[in-house]
Design a protein around this ligand. Sequence first.
Ligand SMILES: *[C@@H]1O[C@H](CO)[C@@H](O)[C@H](O)[C@H]1NC(C)=O
Ligand SMILES: *[C@@H]1O[C@H](CO)[C@@H](O)[C@H](O)[C@H]1NC(C)=O
Ligand SMILES: *[C@@H]1O[C@H](CO)[C@@H](O)[C@H](O)[C@H]1NC(C)=O
Ligand SMILES: *[C@@H]1O[C@H](CO)[C@@H](O)[C@H](O)[C@H]1NC(C)=O
Ligand SMILES: *[C@@H]1O[C@H](CO)[C@@H](O)[C@H](O)[C@H]1NC(C)=O
Ligand SMILES: *[C@@H]1O[C@H](CO)[C@@H](O)[C@H](O)[C@H]1NC(C)=O
Length: 453
Amino acid sequence: MRAYLFTAAALFLSLEASASVTIRKTDRGSTGYEVDFRYFNATAKRVLIGGGIQPFTDQFHTTGTSFRFNGRYDPRDYKPGDFYVSNPSPQLPAEPAYKWPYEMSRSEGGFWTYTTPLPSGTYSFAYLVDCNYAPNCSIDTGNLVIDPDLPPFLNVPGDQVASSFQVPFDARFQASPELNTNFDYALDTIDPHLHRGVIKTANYTSPGSIHPAPGVHDFTIYLPAEYGRVSGKKYPLLYLSHGAGGNGADWENLGRMSHIMDNLIRLGHIPPTVVVMPSFYNLDSESPRFIYGNKSNSVPVPPAHFVRENFERFLFPWVDEHYDVCRHASCRAYAGLSMGAVLTYEMFVNATDKFDYYGMFSPATAAPYINASSVAANPQLAHKGIMIAYGLYDFVLPQARDLQTALDAVEIRYINRVTPFGSHYWNTWQDELWWFGVKVLWKALPFGVQTGR
Ligand SMILES: *[C@@H]1O[C@H](CO)[C@@H](O)[C@H](O)[C@H]1NC(C)=O
Ligand SMILES: *[C@@H]1O[C@H](CO)[C@@H](O)[C@H](O)[C@H]1NC(C)=O
Ligand SMILES: *[C@@H]1O[C@H](CO)[C@@H](O)[C@H](O)[C@H]1NC(C)=O
Ligand SMILES: *[C@@H]1O[C@H](CO)[C@@H](O)[C@H](O)[C@H]1NC(C)=O
Ligand SMILES: *[C@@H]1O[C@H](CO)[C@@H](O)[C@H](O)[C@H]1NC(C)=O
Ligand SMILES: *[C@@H]1O[C@H](CO)[C@@H](O)[C@H](O)[C@H]1NC(C)=O
């Protein structure tokens, strides 16, 4: 009844500011699925769909050395085995040099529409309204518009600037002998009651923090479906970090990590595990501050040792006190992407007794690396479960290899994952989180050639 009474108002509102994304199974090419975007704006002159939706390429027309010469295919021309690599900078090329594949058409009544096939994967996007160059578009000036009907996962407004959705795999149109591009491990579970965990944001007391409120900092937490149903049980705990220019909501909003965890647990790859995704910005007023929604020309990086010390003082004790998590290093892990992998390396070297598992995804440089004398001074370094992962087209590939070379030199064994379609982007990090669960988390130490087989 109540819903009925509100229908007229809702309709009126929907004409004022409305958008929708519909994913349709088509049973035909190019991918077996089509996505309809619909956005209302009567005054706009041009609307592009920007963000994490990129042109496609294939492994025979992609290099990690010059993105300029990569194949860039419209998804209507998708072929099995195609994938996207993010632009080296997420900029839409300015007109008239390049026609972006996701340009919306104006239809009747001020609606803008776009329909495209898309293959399996997670896509994030925002509407760029009368703005052809992504770095120049922002929420403040109104030319970057977040889909009002598909709001981002976040704690406070401004923390995320894109919405996301997931397209399923259809083997008839997407299976390829060249490459597996099935991302269904990030799809929502078929049995929510049994398998869907809880994902939410939380605030904690962090003296000195300037965001989201003075003295208050925040994180995102994943609690497995079983959490709270077994009295007295303590769960293994994974800390999972964002990278430079991000925050604790990234892994869920852009990477759908809760679905990845649900599936890792459902398929028995790991026992139910709690995941805490902290934010490494705005911990105090001295260190570099960063807020997504605030346009910024440079992406600051706070020193890893500062973040570690801050988390050790305020975050870790708070999490231990408020959640049913296990306290021993053997059931605690730290992982992160890019600068978050540098922070993970800092935890490995300087919080060695707190975690037995470390996942360094697309690690940016963390040199100087450990050497024989560091291992002699801290022998535990050689008894951890480590994964080092990076994309084949990842611009940090050389740095990731340097880190591996440093560990090779002191005979520290690690699990290696080179994501075959990977650039420095979320599809790579989703893949790496998945394999971190399958091959690394909570596996018996020490790691050997049989680990994860
Ligand atoms: C519509 O487009 C104008 C630019 O013409 C922009 O400033 C405004 O924010 C848009 N409004 C909505 C509701 O998306
Ligand atoms: C982006 O904005 C800057 C500063 O306003 C301007 O100089 C530049 O021409 C803009 N770039 C494009 C491609 O519109
Ligand atoms: C965290 O604090 C901010 C600022 O006070 C508030 O806007 C937000 O809703 C809080 N989030 C949660 C999950 O309590
Ligand atoms: C963004 O920056 C402006 C200007 O510095 C500031 O007033 C505003 O509070 C910032 N927004 C957030 C969400 O911090
Ligand atoms: C972290 O470890 C490195 C390497 O052992 C050391 O040089 C550095 O001083 C440590 N940082 C802190 C803050 O303890
Ligand atoms: C080993 O690493 C430490 C810490 O970074 C450094 O001080 C030392 O000079 C290095 N030793 C050698 C032999 O390179």
